[in-house]
Design a protein around this ligand. Structure first.
Ligand code: FAD
Length: 497
């Protein structure tokens, strides 16, 4: 409520925020979480909370009047459609050189993502978080994060027989024939539930095209894991459709936090001011960076250091499809949950997920999201004339990612006698190089903050999300975001409270 005081305020309800809230509550601290997106706990008139990828409706996009699907063409035809402006679940946030996809709602990115829960290889960790003790991470915090998230791996025998992973088996065959290691990738989807979907005994979700705009069943989003546990402590409250716009010192070691309450068309209905002893920035890489850069430039937090806004990367994301021969169908029924990848990181700087194309019809396409070792880093800056935060990423900076992905797919195409698809991202366009699903950095650990996320210059202010990670995790990022948050909050609880 307006004028209230809270011991701990958490901005955002994604991975970092959920870990912070749970561990603070378990330590006896009352926590209030502020989330700009919706609660996503109430079914629409069709009886479902979330819509699927084939029929995106008002629930699909954050304040857009037309969908902006990551794969925006099919067979050379644009597939986007008009929708009513609504506080939907997926934000396709446009910067000058890149569109950054993010989840909006209680659970953050866990609502919209593929659930691929990957721990980086130990030998790559020093490049991911150079100032963090790897032994502690692999002995304690990665296992804690994997347990808290409910990570599991597909039953290999079922994988070999089920129709819904024909596309992955084709991916495996092609990878192995070209000599690339094929790996199963863990996921937070409930694999037993998916087996029952395939058997026709439960309501379908992964097998009904649900992903990107939410999964109605099967996926263990944060709502079902960390946030459920946090709520069960009785110490955590969450305000959805509330957006933090300012944090500034209030005297007495406290902070004043200004919050806009939004309606479902995105207008501010009320502005509230609360005070907090501690504020955790967990608005995601982009959300946290935008807030901090604005607050430094506009005088609310002028002592934030020059590293704030720097070190942003796209985790090297690039997408492509390959056209298979007619004797290599990938299946009309495709699970939306990827379960496998092709690992060419050491030799070629690329780790490619074998991704679904859950159109419901046979496409003879293999589709991949590659994570590559792209070293370009962009910076957020305050634009006083527009009153917005800009990001200086350039479209051309994806070229190294394309080159690294080609170390896998040029070789597979040569071996198989196949070609790239040119009809998925435009007309005669091979590479999905205009986007990322994996924003990282902007308030980098041990640079913008100390080695545990404490913001320089402001005792009681912390960063605890993907903004801490300097641009690349070598694999999908949320397990690392969660594990780092577990490490940092343990230290903060032990020494700062
Ligand atoms: P987020 O999860 O982004 O949470 C931040 C929250 O803060 C959001 O809910 C946001 O609405 C809220 N917020 C922002 N600003 C404010 C504000 N001012 N006031 C109040 N609230 C605010 N990663 C994987 O590891 N595996 C995958 O398979 C995978 N697939 C993905 C697929 C898609 C389509 C997308 C978009 C992402 C995917 N990711 C995947 C990435 C993963 O979801 C993110 O890395 C992760 O969610 C980031 O966690 P976070 O805690 O940093 O922030």
């Amino acid at each position: 409520a307006n004028g209230a005081h809270v011991p701990a305020l958490v901005i955002g309800t994604g991975y970092g925020g959920s870990v912070a809230a749970l561990r603070l509550a378990q330590a006896g601290v009352d926590v209030h979480m502020i989330e700009m997106g919706m609660a996503w706990d109430t079914p629409g008139s069709d009886g479902k909370i979330f819509c699927n990828t084939r029929e995106p409706d008002y629930r699909s996009y954050w304040l857009r009047t037309r969908t902006k699907a990551p794969l925006n063409y099919f067979l050379g035809f644009p597939i986007d459609r008009d929708i009513p402006r609504y506080t939907g679940i997926l934000d396709a946030e446009d910067f000058s050189g890149i569109t950054v996809y993010q989840g909006r709602g209680v659970g953050g990115g866990s609502l919209v993502n593929g659930g691929m829960a990957v721990t980086p290889k130990r030998e790559n960790f020093a490049s991911v978080l150079p100032s963090v003790n790897a032994d502690e991470m692999y002995a304690t915090y990665y296992p804690r994060a994997n347990a808290g998230l409910g990570v599991g791996t597909i039953d290999p025998a079922w994988f070999d027989s089920t129709a819904c992973y024909q596309y992955s088996r084709v991916g495996r065959k092609h990878a192995q024939r070209s000599g690339f290691p094929f790996v199963f990738v863990p996921d937070v989807y409930d694999w037993d539930y998916m087996k029952q979907e395939a058997a026709g005994t439960v309501t379908k979700s992964a097998l009904a095209g649900e992903i990107l705009y939410g999964n109605n069943h099967g996926k263990k989003s944060l709502q079902r894991t960390y946030l459920a546990q946090a709520r069960a402590t009785g110490r955590v409250t969450i305000s959805a459709l509330h957006q933090v716009t300012s944090v500034a010192p209030a005297g007495g070691g406290r902070y004043t936090v200004v919050i806009d309450q939004l309606n479902t068309t995105g207008d501010t209905t009320t502005t509230k001011t609360v005070t907090a002893d501690r504020v955790f920035f967990a608005a995601g890489s982009v959300g946290t960076s935008k807030l901090l850069v604005k607050l430094r430039a506009t005088g609310a937090l002028p002592a934030l250091n020059g590293e704030v806004g720097k070190g942003w990367g796209d985790n090297g994301n690039v997408m492509c499809g390959r056209a298979n021969h007619l004797w290599d169908p990938t299946g009309s029924l495709q699970s939306t949950i990827p379960c496998s990848g092709i690992d060419n990181w050491a030799a070629g700087g690329a780790f490619a997920e074998v991704a679904p194309l859950p159109t419901g019809i046979e496409t003879w396409a293999s589709f991949y999201l590659s994570i590559t070792n792209n070293t370009h880093r962009a910076q957020f800056s305050w634009n006083a004339s527009t009153g917005k935060v800009d990001l200086n990423w350039q479209l051309a900076w994806k070229q190294p990612s394309i080159d690294m992905a080609k170390t896998i797919f040029d070789k597979i195409n040569a071996k198989e006698g196949t070609i790239y698809r040119t009809d998925l991202f435009g007309i005669y366009k091979i590479w999905g190089d205009h986007l990322t699903y994996h924003p990282l950095g902007g308030a980098v650990l041990n640079k913008a903050t100390d080695n545990y996320g404490r913001l320089a210059g402001y005792p009681g202010l912390y960063v605890i999300d993907g903004a801490l990670i300097p641009g690349n995790t070598t694999v999908n990022p949320f397990v690392t975001i969660t594990a780092l948050a577990e490490r940092n909050i343990e230290k903060i609880i032990a020494t700062d409270l």
